[in-house]
Design a binder for this molecule. Structure first.
Ligand code: 2RA
Length: 349
């Protein structure tokens, strides 16, 4: 029997990519039931080449469902994932509501697939897109070299903030295009006006050193997620992590610079071999030929792309990398689908 899948949050930015992925991956699901907020109920969306009606989120919508992917706000997931789980549904949740719950595994199939089998609450969590955009590459290096410390800076795309983020950047690009803006203090801000959407500052012609909400001692929620989630996924509770998260005027695909320090000396040759053969990673690293990943080339692809692999000049145990990953695919929908596919094997085995 092919398991029944529910996609909760089918109409959102990630949900849209999820439906594309479900249409492209092997057809392992029986019914695919689409679920969203009541205001989207009755709409029809294309999945697997068919128009499928969207149902309003309710307890009954989980009747007969085996696996449910959730991509909804934290508070909606916090309320509804346990409802689905109480009906025997295995929930794969892409919110932050359960990621750090010790009874909820946080899974990246290339790194810790075994963790998905132990789920006391019936919920498996999907990491945040910023963590996911680098962790497959870092995990492959950790498996060989033993990770001691991560220092990362992110260059995050506006679609990480959902459709509102994308609409905001597109609107601002119109307002600043073809002008002499960007040459005197505050000129971009005045052109863009007060409506900066989900961002604290204009994002067109700018970079904004902020993502998420304010946490203790000046850290952002996004920076804390990179630290906490990397530790949990890699099974390294004491890993030293320092992250600085920055929003850039890119529509989709998060990039990160990574300084990774390991237990012993590393070589670039061995690091390149590992990255070239790791599942889910593409090594694209030939600066002499101008070859390194950029978001504009990576968007729409599945793997984590790695370039600029160097050994630290001042520390032979450390590597420097530049990493790009599509935040809506591997960063969200794809990893969720991969986890759901792992779980689905339990139904068909
Ligand atoms: C962002 N990581 O990019 C967030 C979305 N989950 O804003």
């Amino acid at each position: 029997r092919k398991p029944t899948l529910a996609v909760v949050g089918a109409t959102g930015a990630v949900g849209t990519v999820m439906l594309q992925i479900l249409s492209q991956h092997a057809d392992i699901w029986g019914e695919i039931r689409l679920v969203a907020s009541p205001r989207s109920a009755g709409r029809k969306l294309a999945v697997r080449g068919e128009q499928v009606e969207v149902h309003a989120l309710s307890e009954d919508v989980f009747d007969g469902v085996d696996v449910a992917m959730f991509d909804v706000p934290d508070e909606v997931a916090a309320q509804w994932a346990p409802v689905a789980a109480s009906k025997g549904v295995v929930v794969v949740d892409n919110s932050a509501a359960f990621r750090m719950d010790p009874d909820v595994p946080l899974v990246v199939p290339e790194v810790n697939p075994h963790a998905a089998r132990v789920r006391p609450r019936g919920i498996v969590a999907n990491p945040n897109c910023t963590t996911l955009s680098m962790i497959v590459a870092v995990g492959a290096l950790h498996a060989e070299f033993g990770l001691r410390e991560l220092i990362v800076s992110s260059y995050q795309a506006v679609s990480g903030a959902g459709r509102d983020g994308v609409d905001t950047l597109r609107r601002q690009i119109q307002l600043v295009a073809g002008s002499e803006l960007g040459t005197s203090p505050g000129d971009v801000r005045r052109a863009v006006g007060d409506d900066t959407g989900p961002f604290p500052e204009p994002v067109a012609l700018n970079v904004v050193p902020w993502a998420g909400s304010l946490k203790d001692d000046g850290w952002s929620s996004e920076e804390m997620k990179v630290r906490d989630e990397s530790r949990k996924i890699l099974g390294l509770p004491g890993l030293r992590v320092a992250a600085t998260c920055v929003r850039v005027p890119v529509i989709t695909t998060h990039s990160l610079t990574v300084h990774a320090r390991f237990e012993d000396e590393v070589t670039v040759d061995r690091a390149r071999e590992i990255l070239a053969t790791a599942p889910g990673v593409v090594l694209f690293d030939n600066p002499a030929a101008g070859e390194f990943p950029t978001p504009a080339d990576v968007v729409g692809t599945d793997p984590t792309w790695v370039g600029r692999v160097r050994r630290s000049l001042d520390d032979p145990t450390a590597l420097e990398l530049f990493v790009c990953g599509d935040n809506l695919r591997k960063g969200a929908a794809l990893n969720t689908a991969q986890i759901a596919e792992l779980v689905a094997k339990e139904f068909t085995a």
